[in-house]
Design a protein around this ligand. Structure first.
Ligand SMILES: [Zn+2]
Length: 184
């Protein structure tokens, strides 16, 4: 049985046995918080548990490395939607130690793309047309610095409410310990 089939048959049971009932809530976050964090699998349950959040308490936006790639990209838009449409009153940007994005080497990742069938011509063409793949794929060296940079980007975004609370933290993916980076 493929994973997809397993998921679908589990899902039928989940719904018919009404296992969803314990998760019933609304689209508005009860704690009025939106979190931007990394997609790391270790944080999936650990992060909300370590912060004492349950289903319905918070909005969670995820990206590789908790990085906001672009001031007008999907991550920033999600934060703005949470603030203006979904009643979030605080933003938490939470990076983590041992993050995959601190290890990404753009050159090596491009080589992996070539190995899996992307042509060098495509990569050249994107580079010539101004995408700057090297920059786009690059992660960070220092997670504290990266979180600080994201906090500043959100605080200073032209469409963000002036003086909106944006907190920067780093979580330990083994213990769930939170370290404060920046609180504005
Ligand atoms: Zn990560």
């Amino acid at each position: 049985m493929t994973l997809l089939n397993e998921i679908l048959s589990f899902n039928q049971k989940f719904v018919s046995e009404k296992q969803y009932e314990e998760f019933t809530t609304t689209k508005f976050p009860d704690k009025k918080v939106v979190i931007l964090t990394c997609m790391d699998a270790r944080l999936f349950e650990l992060l909300p548990k370590a912060m004492n959040f349950k289903n319905g308490d918070v909005k969670i936006v995820k990206s590789a490395g908790a990085i906001i790639n672009h001031p007008f990209g999907g991550i920033m838009r999600s934060l703005l939607v949470a603030v203006y449409e979904l009643r979030a009153e605080e933003i938490y940007i939470i990076g983590h130690y041992d993050c995959g994005m601190s290890a990404i080497k753009p050159d090596e990742m491009l080589q992996k793309m070539i190995d899996r069938g992307i042509s060098q011509d495509t990569i050249n063409m994107l580079n010539y047309s101004g995408v700057e793949l090297d920059e786009w794929l690059r992660g960070f060296e220092d997670v504290h610095e990266s979180v600080r940079h994201s906090v500043d980007m959100v605080k200073n975004h032209p469409l963000m409410v002036k003086g909106f609370p944006v907190h920067g933290l780093v979580i330990d993916p083994a213990t769930g310990r939170l370290d404060m980076v920046k609180d504005k």
